[in-house]
Design a binder for this molecule. Sequence first.
Ligand SMILES: Cc1cc2nc3c(=O)[nH]c(=O)nc-3n(C[C@H](O)[C@H](O)[C@H](O)COP(=O)(O)O)c2cc1C
Length: 164
Amino acid sequence: MKVLVAYASERGGTAEIAEWVGAELLRTGVDAEVSPARDVTTLDGFGAVVLGGALYAGRWHREARHFVRHHAGALAERPVWLFSSGPLDRSADEGGLDPVPGVAKLARRVGARGHTTFGGRLDPGARGFLASRIAKRAGGDHRDRDRVRAWTDGIAADLRAVSA
Ligand SMILES: Cc1cc2nc3c(=O)[nH]c(=O)nc-3n(C[C@H](O)[C@H](O)[C@H](O)COP(=O)(O)O)c2cc1C
């Protein structure tokens, strides 16, 4: 079974997490393809989907939201896992962060098997009025690759159970 790892990212941090997920799936023997969500035209050929989106102003990146709406029928027929990336502190790794309400709703819509939030990354020199202000206060890399790996290993184990 081939897994699609799709992502919606503005500044590359979420894209890299998706690459880590894809690499870990491959390492555990699960075939995977990583792609920007906006480039995916069909889910044919994929037995399962992992979708990740960056968080901006309390919402999932619009391309992640669009992806779910556009592929809702096909997603509902497949095992799906979602992740968000955003918090510029340790809160995501301290555990128990609920998905933002919009993501929770989309997760219900497609019957997602799981959702997690990973820390985010913002270049301390980020440009833009809001981004530069946030970056001064909380810029840096708050992503934990080990946690991404561990979460992905759970997906791989689930997939093995599904296909057994
Ligand atoms: C203008 C702006 C708004 C943001 N809003 C949120 C937010 O509401 N919640 C959150 O957890 N992170 C927020 N972040 C942090 C981003 O989600 C984080 O930088 C993330 O890693 C960005 O992903 P990307 O590099 O894939 O675009 C915000 C960052 C910026 C620059």
